[in-house]
Design a protein around this ligand. Structure first.
Ligand SMILES: Nc1ncnc2c1ncn2[C@@H]1O[C@H](COP(=O)(O)OP(=O)(O)OP(=O)(O)O)[C@@H](O)[C@H]1O
Length: 594
C-alpha cells in the first residue's frame, strides 16, 4: 500500500487527539473537547441529511434525547449496563426514526423542516411529561460507563470514548459518501430525477440517511447521559436542534470534517460569549444567541458552503488537486445484459397521450422501434418530443395509451423500474452531480450493475465492487473520447462534454435502448461528428437508440427512421429521405399551411 499525504495528515491528527489528555491541559479544555466530539457526532448526521441530501432537520436533538433517556432509564431504574442502554437506545431510535421518516420524508420543500420542528417539539414534550422519565426534573444518578472493568467516570477517560465514536462516525460517513450508495445519496440534493432514471430508489436512500443521522445523534445522547450523569429534557429541545443545524452550516454542511469545525467553533464561541457578553452589557441574558444568529447570516452571505470548504479552498492554492488513485486496471469486467436480436420489436408505443390541464402535449402517438436501429424523434419546438421521452422512460406517467419494452408492459412503471429492464436516457437539460468527478457521475450510471449496500460501504468492504464499477465507467468514457476528463469535477465541464458525460453515464448501465434527448445541442461541429461516429459504432454493436434532436444535418445523416411530431401528434413516420421529401414536414418547420 502506498502512503498518501492524506494518510500522514490523518495519522498526525489522530496522534494529536490521542496525546491531548496526557498533556497538562486544564480540565476545562478536556470538557470542551468532549462536548465538541459529542456535538460533532450529531452534526455529522446533518452533513448527510442537510448538507448532502438537502433535507433540513431541526429535530436531531430529539434523537439525542432518545439515546440519553434510554440509557439513563435502564441504568438508574433497572441497574442495567450502559452498554445495554446503548443498544436499547439505538433500537428505540431506529423504530422512532423509521416511523417519523416514513411519514415525513415524502414531504418536500419547506414542509419537511416544519415537520421536523413539529416532531422535535412533540418528542421533547412527551419526554418532559412522562412520570417514569422524571418529568421536567429528569433522571439523576446515571452511572459512569465502564470498559473492561475500567470506570470512565473521569472526563479524560470519557474523552477517548467520545472521540473514538466521533472519528469512527466520521470515517463511516466519509466511506459512505465515496461509494455506490453514496453517489445515490449525493444525487438527493438536486438530481433525484436523474438518479431514479439510473435505477435508484431515492425515497429509500432518504430513509437510510435519516436513520443514520438519528443513530449518530442517539450515540451522542448515550455519551452525553454518561458524561453529565443526569438527564433532563432541556438539552434535547428545539433550541438545541437549531444549534446543531447551526454547527453543520457554519462548519460546512456538505463535508464530513465541517461537522467537527462547526461543533468546535460553536462550542468555543458560545462559551466565550456567555461569559463576555453579560460582563460587557452589564446584565444577564442569552445574548450569545443574537451573536450566533448574526454569525450565521454573515456566513451564509460570505461563505455559504461553510468554514471547512473555505479552508480547503485556501489550502488548495498551495497544493495540487488530488485525483482518485486508479486502482481498477485489473478489475474483472461487469456482466453484460443479453441484447435482443437485431430487427426484433424492442419498444412499442401505442396511443400515447399526455395532458397538462387543458393542453394536450402528446396526442395519441404510436410507433415501434426495432432492436439495432437509430430512430429520431423530430418536430418544431413544443411539439411534444421531450414529453414523449419522459413518458417512455417513466419520468412522467401517461394520461392514456400503452408502452411495451422488451416484451413487457412498462405502462405506469416508475423510471427506476424501467431502467432495470435495460432502458437508459440522457436529459434535454443536463442532469448531473456537479461536485462529483466525471468518473463518479458516470459510475452512478452503473448503479444497477453493482450491489454493494450502505453497511458494506460504511465498513469499506465494497472496494472490489467499486473497482469494477470504475473500470466500467472509465471504459465508457474512453468509448466517447472523454478519458482526459476522468477526474475533473462535472460542474467544471463545458456544456458539450457534459452532454457526452451523460451519454457515457447512460451507457454505463449497459442498456438495450438508449434515449438521447438533444445529444448534439451545445456541441461544436467536430464534437457532433465524433458523437455521430460513436452512435454509429454503438449501433453496429447492437445498441438501439431513440433520439430527439433539432440539428437536421446530424439527424438525417445518422438515423434509420424518423418520427415527426407537431402539436403533440405524429405527423409522419419514415426514412430520412421520405421525411425530407414530405411537404407536410416542410410546412411544419417553415410554418406554412399544409
Ligand atoms: N410539466 C409540464 N407542465 C405543463 N406543460 C408542459 C409540461 N411539460 C411540457 N409542457 C408543454 O407541453 C408541450 C410540449 O413540450 P415538450 O417539451 O414535450 O416539447 P418539445 O417538442 O420537446 O419542445 P422543445 O424542442 O422546445 O424541447 C409544450 O407546450 C410545453 O409547454
Amino acid at each position: 500500500m502506498t502512503i498518501k499525504p492524506s494518510h500522514l495528515s490523518a495519522a498526525a491528527g489522530v496522534f494529536a487527539l490521542a496525546v491531548l489528555p496526557l498533556l497538562p491541559v486544564p480540565e476545562f479544555w478536556i470538557t470542551q473537547a468532549n462536548y465538541i466530539g459529542m456535538f460533532a457526532l450529531v452534526a455529522l448526521g446533518l452533513v448527510l441529511l442537510t448538507g448532502v441530501a438537502g433535507l433540513t432537520s431541526f429535530g436531531q436533538a430529539a434523537f439525542v434525547g432518545v439515546g440519553a433517556y434510554a440509557t439513563a432509564l435502564l441504568s438508574t431504574r433497572y441497574g442495567l449496563s450502559p452498554w445495554l442502554g446503548l443498544v436499547a437506545g439505538l433500537a428505540i431510535t431506529v423504530v422512532i426514526a423509521a416511523v417519523l421518516g416514513w411519514i415525513t420524508l415524502r414531504m418536500s420543500g419547506h414542509y419537511l423542516p416544519l415537520a421536523t420542528i413539529a416532531w422535535a417539539l412533540s418528542l421533547n414534550f412527551t419526554i418532559a411529561n412522562l412520570e417514569f422519565l422524571g418529568k421536567y426534573d429528569g433522571l439523576l444518578g446515571v452511572p459512569a460507563i465502564s470498559l473492561f472493568g475500567v470506570s470512565l467516570a473521569d472526563g479524560r477517560a470519557m474523552y477517548y470514548l467520545i472521540w473514538l465514536c466521533a472519528l469512527l462516525g466520521a470515517l463511516a460517513v466519509r466511506n459512505l459518501l465515496d461509494s455506490r450508495p453514496g453517489r445515490a445519496i449525493r444525487a438527493l440534493g438536486g438530481a433525484t430525477v436523474m438518479a431514479e432514471a439510473m435505477g435508484v430508489s431515492t425515497y429509500r436512500y432518504k430513509v437510510v440517511i435519516f436513520l443514520i443521522a438519528a443513530l449518530l445523534a442517539s450515540v451522542s445522547g448515550w455519551l452525553f447521559a454518561h458524561v453529565q450523569r443526569t438527564v433532563n429534557p432541556s438539552p434535547f429541545g428545539l433550541k438545541m436542534g437549531i444549534e446543531y443545524l447551526f454547527m453543520a452550516v457554519v462548519g460546512g454542511a456538505s463535508s464530513v470534517w465541517g461537522a467537527f469545525v462547526g461543533a468546535g467553533v460553536f462550542k468555543i464561541i458560545e462559551d466565550q460569549l456567555k461569559e463576555l457578553l453579560p460582563r460587557l452589557l452589564g446584565s444577564n441574558g442569552n445574548f450569545e444567541i443574537i451573536v450566533l444568529g448574526v454569525v450565521l447570516v454573515l456566513m451564509l452571505k460570505y461563505a455559504p458552503k461553510g468554514l471547512w470548504p473555505a479552508l480547503q479552498t485556501a489550502l488548495a492554492r498551495h497544493r495540487p488537486a488530488r485525483a482518485r488513485m486508479r486502482d481498477w486496471a485489473q478489475a474483472p469486467a461487469l456482466p453484460v445484459r443479453p441484447k435482443p436480436a437485431a430487427g426484433t420489436v424492442l419498444l412499442e408505443v401505442d396511443g400515447l397521450r399526455k395532458q397538462f390541464g387543458g393542453l394536450v402535449a402528446v396526442n395519441d402517438v404510436s410507433f415501434t422501434l426495432r432492436a439495432g436501429e437509430i430512430m429520431g424523434l423530430i418536430g418544431p419546438n413544443g411539439a411534444g418530443k421531450s414529453t414523449t421521452f419522459n413518458l417512455i422512460s417513466g419520468v412522467m406517467s401517461a394520461s392514456a395509451g400503452t408502452l411495451r419494452f422488451a416484451g413487457a408492459s412498462i405502462s405506469g412503471l416508475p423510471s427506476r423500474r424501467i431502467a432495470r429492464l435495460g432502458l437508459s436516457r440522457t436529459f434535454q437539460h443536463v442532469k448531473m452531480i456537479p461536485d462529483m468527478t466525471v468518473l463518479e457521475n458516470v459510475a452512478l450510471g452503473g448503479y444497477l450493475r453493482s450491489t454493494s449496500g450502505t453497511l458494506r460501504a460504511m465498513l469499506r468492504l465494497d472496494r472490489e465492487d467499486e473497482r469494477r464499477l470504475f473500470a466500467e465507467a472509465e471504459r465508457q468514457l474512453q468509448r466517447i473520447g472523454m478519458q482526459a476528463h476522468l477526474h475533473e469535477l462535472a460542474g467544471n465541464l463545458a456544456l458539450g462534454p457534459q452532454r457526452m458525460m451523460e451519454i457515457a453515464r447512460a451507457l454505463c448501465s449497459d442498456p438495450s435502448l438508449l434515449l438521447l434527448d438533444e445529444p448534439a445541442a451545445g456541441l461544436r461541429h467536430k464534437e457532433k461528428q465524433a458523437l455521430a461516429e460513436v452512435l454509429r459504432q454503438l449501433r453496429s454493436e447492437g445498441m438501439s437508440i431513440l433520439l430527439v434532436e433539432h440539428d437536421m444535418d446530424f439527424v438525417m445523416g445518422l438515423t434509420d427512421r424518423l418520427v415527426v411530431m407537431e402539436f403533440g401528434t405524429k405527423l409522419i413516420e419514415g426514412t430520412p429521405a421520405q421525411v425530407q421529401a414530405s411537404p407536410e414536414v416542410r410546412a411544419a418547420y417553415l410554418g406554412t399551411e399544409h
